[in-house]
Design a protein around this ligand. Structure first.
Ligand code: IPD
Ligand code: CA
Ligand code: CA
Ligand code: CA
Length: 266
């Protein structure tokens, strides 16, 4: 295993164990509101500190891009993109679905990704060219070929609403033309579940790099396709992401192109 993947795994497991302990005593948790409907807790912050410390122990100079602001972005060729707790709203409400997400990007290309769900003890991992694994067993995207049979995951806007009408158009189409839609509440796990075929595809607007970096490489290494809403690979910057097995990606992209105005299609 590549040392970066090893370190990402070590960090994700440590952070996951910490999150699990906080999850057992949610009533004592300190929570702050960063903005409307945007919360951060002591659990998010401490989990992030553990991850950054773990990385720094081995590589003090690497660049860090982390949601809650630990570490520093430098001009190093290796960047770690970290979401210490993806699914904070679920976590704070005691809804048992959240994860730690850690990705490595080298010279601008995603090379490693780890997503860890501590409650289920499920570790999704991938390195470029090495395939994707769930708890060390190889995983692949589903082989479902028809949209009408597909189960899709999505994220419903809850904080910024300027693109809500476009989102509703896409949701309406998929709602009426698939086997069902899920809104599990963790973008990282939505991608991990796409990678192992629990869902056949996933789309969401307006995410941040730490929500999707690890998931994107895991889906790709599991044989899936990840694009932005224009069919390109600008999803880490635009935050608009579409992921699916290779059979469904074109039809899903056509739906996005039909229902979402050009200004959001990047
Ligand atoms: C959120 C989750 C959620 C998505 C949100 C994200 P956070 O991340 O990934 O599924 O719909 O847009 O912000 O804030 O819980 O790390
Ligand atoms: Ca957050
Ligand atoms: Ca997140
Ligand atoms: Ca987070």
């Amino acid at each position: 295993m590549h040392p970066f993947l090893n370190i990402a795994t070590e960090a994700a497991r440590k952070a996951g164990a910490l999150l699990e302990r906080y999850y057992q005593r949610l009533d004592q948790l300190t929570v702050e509101e960063k903005g409307p409907n945007d919360f951060v807790s002591e659990a998010d912050r401490r989990a992030e500190a553990i991850i950054v410390d773990t990385i720094h122990k081995y590589y003090p100079d690497h660049s860090i891009i982390a949601e809650e602001g630990h570490g520093e972005r430098t001009d190093a060729e290796v960047e770690w993109i970290i979401d210490p707790l993806d699914g904070t709203t679920n976590f704070l409400h005691g809804f048992p679905h959240f994860a730690v997400s850690i990705a490595v990007r080298e010279k601008g290309r995603l090379t490693h990704g780890v997503i860890y769900d501590p409650l289920r003890d499920e570790l999704f991992a991938a390195s470029k060219g090495e395939g994707a694994r769930l708890n060390n067993v190889r995983i692949r995207v589903s082989e479902r070929k028809k949209l009408e049979h597909a189960l899709l995951a999505t994220g419903i806007p809850y904080r910024e609403f300027d693109y809500v009408d476009s989102y509703m158009q896409s949701l309406r189409y998929f709602m009426m033309n698939t086997a069902g839609i899920r809104r599990p509440g963790s973008a990282a796990l939505d991608l991990a579940y796409t990678a192992c075929g629990r869902v056949d595809g996933y789309w969401e607007f307006n995410l941040r790099p730490w929500d999707i970096a690890a998931g994107a490489i895991i889906v790709r290494e599991a044989g899936g396709i990840v694009t932005d809403f224009a069919g390109g690979d600008n999803y880490l910057n635009s935050g608009n992401i579409l992921a699916a097995n290779p059979y469904l990606i074109r039809e899903m992209a056509r739906v996005i192109a039909r229902t979402i105005p050009e200004e959001y299609r990047k």
